[in-house]
Design a protein. Structure first.
Lengths: 111, 283
């Protein structure tokens, strides 16, 4: 894979949320975590679409859990970040950190 | 309504209008979210967003197919033109046109179906070759299903387009050449019963007496060159296959519709199969 293909904002957040949630990384907790940190509603459809895109790139893998009655007998789909996904996260952080260092401080105006 | 149950219509839409393997997990997630205190409006918003995203993704995944079907259906009138020239050759198809009703109608419809299917299947084959799909591993039954799907779609769309003008009171639609000739000639029935009459279209340019402008007149002529019917409704002359391809009139667009839709119906499932393979889930 091309190491120069950096992650987008939403993809980056998704991967970090999946890592934070560990073994409990499925649709509902992932979207809740994103909503908490972004401060706005997140569509579960867009979460799945982005995760499937990441799965296509080999950055995450998914597996189905057992069906549960509280979910109407529907299984959870768990996601896990792959080694390649982790590598891309570190690479993106490295690039972003370098860029952040050149950010000028805003001048504070006196009242 | 039971407050712990989400709107059944929304759930049905989610299950049936979002393709792909994520339906089950997404449906379960939405149900879990709803039962944990989310509102009905939230559920509807989530379902509509999921369907919209899925539809856009489907179109994106099948972009090459949409483009190919559009391009191939542009060529379809040229194919019709070439075949029509052969079709009007009395030595080839003459005996078929002189069959008694309903055999003549059945033969005409059957011939149209065969001709149309040949064009569509050629396009499908070309698309699959271009995509490299034939070199990949997929069952022959998928190709068979694609062929059958396209044939069904072509028959259905053609039947609808054939039947629609009949609903109009001023329609001059005809089923086959014999019934057409008998219905519009004033001398009527004796033509119908005369054997070995071959009909063909002839185009010629005339000056319209009212407007003084040149118009194209289409005539249905018999073998002895007697005009049976003239139609001066500004029909563009079909001079060459290229002029048919360039034709962007409403008539030409309607003629292309069955080809476009049949190619999509036939190849959509095959293309989707590749998409699903890409999105396979480890269980």
């Amino acid at each position: 894979m091309d190491s120069r293909s950096y992650l987008g904002e939403f993809e980056l957040m998704l991967l970090l949320a999946v890592i934070h949630l560990g073994d409990e990384a499925y649709g509902v907790p992932i979207s809740l975590k994103l909503e908490t940190h972004r401060g706005r509603n997140v569509s579960l459809g867009s979460v799945y679409a982005a995760l499937e895109r990441l799965e296509g790139k080999g950055l995450v893998v998914s597996s189905l859990g057992d069906p549960t009655p509280e979910r109407g007998g529907k299984a959870k789909r768990y996601f896990r970040v792959t080694k390649e996904g982790l590598r891309q996260l570190h690479e993106t952080r490295r690039v972003l950190t370098q860029l952040w260092q050149t950010l000028p401080r805003p001048k504070l105006e006196r009242i | 309504m039971n407050p712990k149950e989400p709107p059944s219509l929304a759930t049905w839409m989610l299950l049936h209008l979002t393709p792909g393997p994520r339906n089950e997990a997404l449906g379960g997630d939405l149900l879990e979210g709803f039962r944990s205190g989310r509102s009905v409006a939230w559920y509807w918003r989530q379902v509509i967003a999921a369907i919209s995203i899925a539809c856009l993704r489907e179109l994106n995944d099948h972009g090459s197919l949409l483009l190919f079907a559009a391009l191939w259906s542009v060529l379809a009138p040229a194919w019709d033109f070439l075949i029509e020239n052969i079709e009007h050759n009395p030595t080839v198809f003459g005996p078929m046109w002189n069959l008694a009703w309903p055999w003549s109608t059945g033969a005409a419809l059957g011939l149209s179906l065969v001709i149309g299917s040949t064009c569509i299947w050629t396009g499908m084959f070309l698309y699959l070759v271009l995509q490299g799909a034939i070199t990949r591993k997929f069952g022959v039954r998928h190709i068979g299903r694609a062929l059958v799907m396209s044939l069904c779609a072509f028959t259905a769309v053609s039947a609808v387009l054939f039947a629609l003008p009949m609903l109009l009171p001023s329609s001059a639609h005809f089923i086959d050449r014999l019934s057409f000739a008998s219905s519009i000639t004033p001398s009527g029935p004796h033509y119908e019963k005369r054997p070995n009459i071959y009909y063909t279209y002839r185009y010629r340019q005339e000056i319209d007496k009212q407007t003084g402008k040149p118009v194209i007149v289409r005539s249905l002529v018999s073998r002895d060159a007697n005009d049976l019917y003239s139609d001066s409704s500004q029909i563009p002359p079909a001079t060459s296959p290229l002029s048919e391809i360039k034709d962007t009139s409403a008539r030409a667009i309607v003629a292309r519709t069955p080809y476009f839709l049949s190619l999509l119906c036939g190849l959509w499932g095959v293309s989707l199969r590749f998409g699903n393979r890409r999105r396979s889930i480890a269980t």
